[in-house]
Structure formats: structure tokens, C-alpha cells
Design a protein around this ligand. Structure first.
Ligand code: PGA
Length: 249
């Protein structure tokens, strides 16, 4: 089934105000003439509001990189899903492997954050993926299955949830999974999603991990890959646009 591709940029802890505005403006111009895909950028928290201004009237979506499971309260340094929604976000990434590693976020935490995102009317981009050691030990499919089952909240549908398969060893390393591995893992994820989500057959599953202009076409054409979650290459407008242009439409 053909799904509308989603190309998501995760800016992580990068860019200043001037760079962010410049990048957002270039992407808004691109999306003015591109209607065959969805695109979203996920700036760091302090850049969300100014980037939201650049995106006004554009189909380019805005997303947070994380949210708290609670809607408000005494949680210093955190940001909630309703706050993201309030400043114009439509998406939020949860369970990124850097959050799982740096902040000890286990599946139950990711699930609670995704549920908070849904409650606030946001689309949760829920990330899963195995480490190199897990893959070397032959456990990659089991890890991804456990993370999907543990991280998707009740009521997850294609309308409020996007899954992202990001092998941890491919993130920021320049290494990518082989197309065979991508196809195998996305087929596996699809089977699990059909089981656990009402319309799991329609839920978009992105691939992430060193997606670049030179490998994007092959990755995005792979079976059951509905788009890409891009880190490093999303910081350069021409690279991110080249990746979007490589998406089959
Ligand atoms: P990368 O990051 O494209 O820099 O590997 C991907 C991600 O972490 O989402």
C-alpha cells in the first residue's frame, strides 16, 4: 500500500537562532512547491517558537524532540506535550535512542510520553532500534519487537503515531543497515504493528541512522519504509531537500 512519505529532521542539540531561521526558511520555500510528501523539523526546545513563526502558513510541520509524561507541574527543565502543542507543534519524537541512553528512558517511560503526546493532540514519532552488541548477539529483531510492544500506548493509530526504526549503531556513525536488513526489520515491525495497533498496516514506519543524499533513494524505496528520520543531514537545507526529493511519490 502506498503511504504518503514523511521526511523528519531531528536537529538534536544543534543550531543557533540565525541558522535555524535560515534553514526553516529554505525548507518552507521547498515545501511551497512540493505536495507529494510530509516534512517535519524537530528543533531544540529554545528554537521551537521562532521556527514556528517561520513556518506560519506552511505545510512544513514542527515537532519537539521529547516531552514529559505529565501535562504540567514541578519538573525542572522539562517540556510538556500541551506546551509543544500550544506553540504550534504537530509532532513530538519520543524514545529516541539518545534519550534512552542519556536519560535512562525505558519502554514504560516512552509509552507514557507517547500517551501524553496523544492526549495533547500530537503525533508521536516513537523510536526503536537495537545496539550493535544486541545485533551481534543475534537479538536485533527481539529487541525491536520488545520496544515496539512496550513503547506504543493504547489507542495508537496511523493518525497519531509514527514508528521509527533506528539501529543505534547507525546513528551519527555514517554506517547504515544494508537494504536487506532494513527490509527484514521493517517487515518484522509491520507484523507487530498489525497486531498491536488498530490500523497497524497503515502506520508509517520511518528508517533512521545516517540517512544521506547518497543513500536515501535506496532506503526510501525499500519495502515498508514510509520515510526517514534524519539527524546530521537535516541540518543542511540542500541535503535534507535532496533526501526528500529521493522519496518515492
Ligand atoms: P543521523 O541521526 O542521521 O545523524 O544518523 C538520526 C537520528 O538520530 O534520528
Amino acid at each position: 500500500m502506498a503511504v504518503r512519505p514523511l521526511i523528519a529532521g531531528n536537529w538534536k542539540m544543534n543550531l543557533n537562532l540565525a541558522n535555524a531561521r535560515e534553514l526553516a526558511t529554505a525548507l518552507v520555500a521547498y515545501m511551497k512547491q512540493e505536495s507529494g510528501l510530509d516534512m517535519v523539523v524537530c528543533p531544540p526546545a529554545q528554537l521551537l517558537a521562532p521556527v514556528a513563526v517561520c513556518l506560519e502558513g506552511s505545510s512544513l510541520g514542527l515537532g519537539g524532540q521529547d516531552c514529559h509524561a505529565q501535562a504540567s507541574g514541578a519538573h525542572t527543565g522539562d517540556i510538556s506535550a500541551p506546551m509543544l502543542r500550544d506553540i504550534g507543534c504537530r509532532y513530538v519524537i519520543v524514545g529516541h535512542s539518545e534519550r534512552r541512553a542519556d536519560h535512562g528512558e525505558i519502554d514504560a517511560v516512552v509509552k507514557a510520553k507517547a500517551a501524553a503526546a496523544h492526549a495533547a493532540g500530537l503525533i508521536a514519532i516513537i523510536c526503536v532500534g537495537e545496539t550493535e552488541a544486541e545485533r551481534d548477539a543475534g537479538g536485533a529483531t527481539a529487541v525491536v519487537e520488545q520496544q515496539l510492544r512496550g513503547s506504543l500506548p493504547e489507542g495508537a493509530t496511523a493518525a497519531n503515531t509514527v514508528a521509527a526504526y533506528e539501529p543505534v549503531w547507525a546513528i551519527g556513525t555514517g554506517k547504515t543497515a544494508t537494504i536487506g536488513d532494513v527490509v527484514e526489520m521493517h517487515a518484522h515491525a509491520r507484523n507487530i504493528l498489525r497486531e498491536i495497533a488498530g490500523d497497524g498496516g497503515a502506520l508509517r514506519v520511518l528508517y533512521g541512522g545516517s540517512v544521506k543524499p547518497n543513500n536515501a533513494a535506496a532506503i526510501l524505496a525499500a519495502a515498508e519504509v514510509s520515510g526517514a528520520l534524519v539527524g546530521g543531514a537535516s541540518l543542511v537545507a540542500e541535503d535534507f531537500i535532496a533526501i526528500a526529493n529521493a522519496a518515492p511519490k
